[in-house]
Write a protein that binds this ligand. Structure first.
Ligand SMILES: CC(C)(COP(=O)(O)OP(=O)(O)OC[C@H]1O[C@@H](n2cnc3c(N)ncnc32)[C@H](O)[C@@H]1OP(=O)(O)O)[C@@H](O)C(=O)NCCC(=O)NCCS
Length: 152
């Protein structure tokens, strides 16, 4: 599926089931989140957005927010729309919200996820550390990355 205008808008509770399906597609070995997990994320006051094409969800991203910092909880694009600029648009929406609140942003990413790492490096993130066997059940390692608060 290609083409169509992509719209970024707040993620809705009715998207939770589709989010869980997409999670199983894109994070098969890393304990993908359930529909209930997405509902809990939305209920907990986190900042979530979806990418929609003709009303169909093709990606989502979420930012956990406290008074002091924020963290990218998840970001994913359906397989047949990856490489189309949608992940970049989702990330930029999260970063605009973090900047609006004056918060630094932290995240973890699999060390073998070259696409996501280059996306983060292109948006002001730096490597902070390494967490061995962070992802389960795969046992994959994670980099921790951070982006300073934009205080402009
Ligand atoms: C990571 C992900 C969210 C990126 O979204 P996307 O829509 O595929 O990526 P985009 O088309 O917006 O490209 C964003 C950037 O990724 C990088 N990128 C894209 N395709 C790439 C490729 N084949 N190889 C390496 N880097 C690539 C580039 O930096 C690109 O920016 P540029 O085109 O300006 O150089 C998406 O690929 C995805 O859902 N992957 C599976 C789930 C996942 O890994 N999530 C991240 C967990 S931390």
């Amino acid at each position: 599926m290609r083409g169509g205008t992509v719209t970024i808008a707040p993620l809705r509770h009715e998207d939770a089931a589709r989010c869980a399906e997409i999670e199983h597609e894109v994070f098969p070995g890393d304990d993908p989140w359930s529909e209930q997990a997405f509902r809990a994320e939305l209920d907990n006051g986190n900042y979530y957005v979806g990418a929609y094409v003709d009303g169909e969800l093709v990606g989502y991203a979420g930012l956990g927010v406290t008074d002091f910092e924020s963290s990218v909880h998840t970001i994913a694009v359906v397989a047949d729309r990856q490489g189309d600029g949608i992940g970049r648009a989702l990330l930029r929406t999260l970063l605009a919200e973090a900047d609006r609140r004056g918060l630094p942003v932290f995240l973890e990413v699999r060390t073998d996820n070259a696409r996501a790492i280059s996306l983060y490096l292109a948006h002001g993130f730096e490597h902070l550390g390494l967490r061995r066997r962070y992802y389960q059940p795969s046992g994959a390692d994670a980099y921790t990355m951070g982006r300073p608060a934009n205080r402009d």
